[in-house]
Design a protein around this ligand. Structure first.
Ligand SMILES: *Cc1c(COP(=O)(O)O)cnc(C)c1O
Length: 464
């Protein structure tokens, strides 16, 4: 491609990689990750070169723009960053779902740092099963005969279908052919497992007789899926897992219940009754109940299946179990999370549950505290009533009334929201009625200073 004299001059004017790297503003990055910094500087300079060659850039780059671009690029090259979730959405899938309890974090750290008896029996000095302790905990907590832990609920469902349906047809109600964000779609999961999907009933109404007919047509398994992230209301009918289990028993067909959220705690005192509990599913006779570890259970990303020993032991021996197996760090944090339940400390220790059940009076106090911190840096902030959400595809119809703080700025809410995302510790906020709102339900007290810091950055810039 021909380039003009002007373009050649702009290209010649670009600084060299080494010269940029030597600037004092990169002292820390140069010490910590020199090669990563170099890759970021190269990448940004290369992009600018292309902008000049394509005619998109017609003036020399300013130092401030160059620094900003290198900084963003370097940060993204370094990987994940902690953020503050001021959206009021407790299980925010884009923000990593459940934050872990202090106990779970410490257990993960201990396991990660050194060696553990992961697959070793200290008594006999021989090899042991890595998930035995978690499985026993799950059995004690749910009343199930046996349990298995894998990487996520999608894996638990696939493994379960592979063992229980073995490629034969699986009956699912048309009202339960769910899609859970990303790529978990029941019809596609079934296709992947090699079992034909036998759709039964209608979108709004499915009866026990529909399952009976499916059995007559050769269904080898009855699958019930919780409609986690949507509700069908009005003229509806569905079959309870207790009835379905009784039918499965009578016909000699296994019944699988994907409850999704992994509710182990009793939320009825908090007015939350619409989410199926794992224990109830086991009690109601499901052969296998599957659920996530990082939704309502409040632990690390993993998938759990509990139920009849004969099926679970086959699942453990299946080759997919090895492909889906958990690592020691996840196992350690899962164990610690489950121990909180076993010892009756789940509402104090597990953040998902304490956020879900936080008293509005304590949220109001926290909002007041944030308000005065913001006023302290000259921002006119007001307390607002907010509506949080559980999120993560659970309890879509259950708003969580709480408190937050809103404030106005000389720029638009969209611009303010974007500036907050670019703060040294990024803050995710909500926009409601043209105003940015921090919902304090998902911001623990000790994180309030980060909100103040981000507002300071948004209003007054880097050196504010
Ligand atoms: C969330 C969910 C899944 C997927 O779980 P992951 O742990 O994200 O793999 C599957 N089924 C139901 C009903 C769910 O709610």
């Amino acid at each position: 491609m021909e380039i003009s004299r002007k373009q050649a001059e702009l290209l010649r004017g670009l600084p060299r990689v080494d010269a940029v790297m030597a600037r004092p503003e990169w002292n820390v990055a140069r010490q910590e990750n020199p090669q990563t910094l170099k890759a970021a500087v190269r990448s940004v300079l290369e992009n600018i070169r292309q902008e000049i060659q394509s005619g998109k850039r017609t003036s020399p780059i300013l130092d401030s723009e160059l620094s900003g671009r290198i900084s963003s690029c370097y940060i993204s090259f370094c990987g994940m960053r902690p953020v503050i979730n001021a959206t009021g959405v407790i299980l925010h899938t884009n923000l990593g779902r459940a934050p872990l309890s202090r106990q779970a974090v410490e257990a993960a750290q201990r396991a990660a740092y050194g060696y553990t008896d992961l697959e070793f029996d200290l008594d006999s000095g021989t090899r042991a099963n890595r998930t035995a302790a978690v499985e026993a905990l799950l059995c004690r907590l749910t009343g199930a005969e046996d349990a298995i832990a894998v990487n996520n609920n999608a894996a638990a469902v696939i493994l379960c279908l592979a063992v229980l349906a073995k490629g034969k047809p699986v009956a699912v109600s048309r009202g339960e052919l769910v899609e859970i964000g990303g790529s978990f779609r029941i019809p596609e999961i079934l296709q992947q497992s090699g079992s034909p999907l036998l759709e039964i009933g209608t979108t709004n109404r499915t009866y026990l007789s529909d399952y009976e007919n499916a059995a007559a047509q050769g269904a080898a398994l009855l699958l019930k899926v919780h409609s986690s992230n949507y509700r069908i209301i009005g003229f509806t009918e569905s079959v309870a897992i207790s009835e379905l289990s009784a039918l499965g028993n009578r016909l000699g067909l296994p019944v699988v219940h994907d409850v999704g959220g992994g509710l182990l705690a009793d939320l009825s005192p908090y007015g939350i009754c619409e989410e199926p509990s794992v224990c109830q599913s086991v009690k109601d006779g499901a052969d296998i109940t599957t659920f996530s570890g990082d939704k309502l259970l409040g632990g690390p990303q993993c998938g759990l299946a509990v139920g009849k020993r004969s099926w679970i032991s086959q699942m453990k021996r299946h080759p997919l179990a090895r492909a889906f197996r958990l690592d020691k760090v996840t196992l350690a944090s899962l164990e610690a999370t489950l121990l909180s339940y076993e010892n009756g400390r789940e509402f104090e220790e597990i953040p998902v549950l304490s956020m879900l059940c936080a008293a509005t009076s304590s949220l109001e106090l926290r909002a007041q505290k944030l308000c005065s911190l913001l006023r302290g840096i000259g921002i006119s902030a007001q307390i607002r009533e907010t509506e949080g959400q559980v999120g993560g595809g659970t309890l879509p119809e259950h708003p969580l009334p709480g408190y937050g703080v809103s404030f106005s700025a000389k720029f638009s809410a969209q611009e303010l929201e974007a500036r907050l995302r670019h703060a040294p510790v990024p803050v995710l906020a909500r926009i409601s009625k043209g105003q940015v709102i921090f919902d304090v339900r998902t911001v623990p007290e000790e994180q309030l200073p980060f909100l103040v810091q981000a507002v300071q950055y948004a209003f007054y810039g880097e050196n504010g």
